[in-house]
Design a protein around this ligand. Structure first.
Ligand SMILES: [Zn+2]
Ligand SMILES: [Zn+2]
Length: 257
């Protein structure tokens, strides 16, 4: 399984892109920078997209991706609330075409197909087993455990606040990709907006250490660019204290498991 990070930040700029990564060039997870960080031929290879939730920074690339890929239908998997948000905002037929329907002289077939998923119900997507699990965020949001055909597993939290420990008994990943948005100085903001800071991350990882017989590789993503140096220092401390490596994902990084 090869994971390629497209966007690893919560804010967009020339150097920082919104949440999205691609597995084995075919399965996209979140779509913040799905169109801006892939060439047109790379976009054509994407056969399915998983969305954790309906916040702008995770769905922004969907209309642009759909516009670029009108000669085939790409399946999007998300909860009904995420589709409600997409259908009433970005894919609403007002600011851009409604890509889920045929459009005379433009779309011979829909370029997007929405497929609803529910927490705790595994779905088979392109040969991957995908288990959506509910996480603690300001709107309905799911993390995904994704298992490849050869049994490699990753768990991606999407945006989440504290409380992941309820999920540990459902998963056994080789790699865990976690939201870490703010430095400790902004812990209250993290708690209010339901994200993690290094101090909160430490608690989650300690609990994971307690219940798991092994420890998965840990990668963090969704960093606030202005606070990045501060976050890196604090994550380093957590890594030393827990005696585990914690990697920080960067746009363009590839991880093979
Ligand atoms: Zn969010
Ligand atoms: Zn986000």
């Amino acid at each position: 399984m090869i994971i390629r990070f497209l966007g690893t930040h919560n804010a967009e700029s020339k150097d920082t892109k919104l949440a999205s990564f691609v597995i084995d060039n075919v399965l996209a997870v979140d779509a913040g920078s799905l169109a801006s960080e892939l060439t047109l031929s790379e976009q054509e290879k994407i056969k399915a997209i998983l969305l954790t939730h309906g916040h702008y920074d995770h769905i922004r690339g969907i209309p642009a991706f759909a516009f670029n890929n009108t000669d085939h239908t790409t399946k999007i998997y998300a909860t009904s609330q995420t589709f409600k948000i997409l259908s009433s905002h970005l894919v609403d037929g007002v600011i851009y075409p409604k890509f889920t329907k045929k459009i005379p002289f433009f779309l011979e077939k829909p370029s997007l197909k929405f497929i609803e998923i529910d927490p705790f119900e595994t779905v088979n997507i392109l040969g991957y087993k995908v288990l959506p699990l509910p996480v603690n965020h300001t709107i309905i949001s799911v993390g995904f455990e994704i298992t490849s055909k050869d049994g490699k597993k990753i768990f991606y939290t999407g945006d989440t606040g504290p409380g992941l420990s309820a999920l540990w008994k459902h998963i056994s990943p080789n790699l865990i990709i976690l939201d870490l948005t703010f430095p400790n100085r902004l812990e209250n903001r993290a708690i209010n907006s339901k994200h993690l800071c290094p101090r909160l991350l430490k608690r989650e990882l300690k609990e994971l250490q307690r219940v798991m017989e092994y420890f998965p590789k840990v990668v963090i993503t969704h960093l606030s660019p202005r606070d990045e140096e501060e976050i890196k220092k604090e994550v380093n401390e957590v890594s030393k204290e827990l005696k585990i490596p914690i990697d920080i994902a960067c746009e363009g990084d590839k991880i093979s498991i």
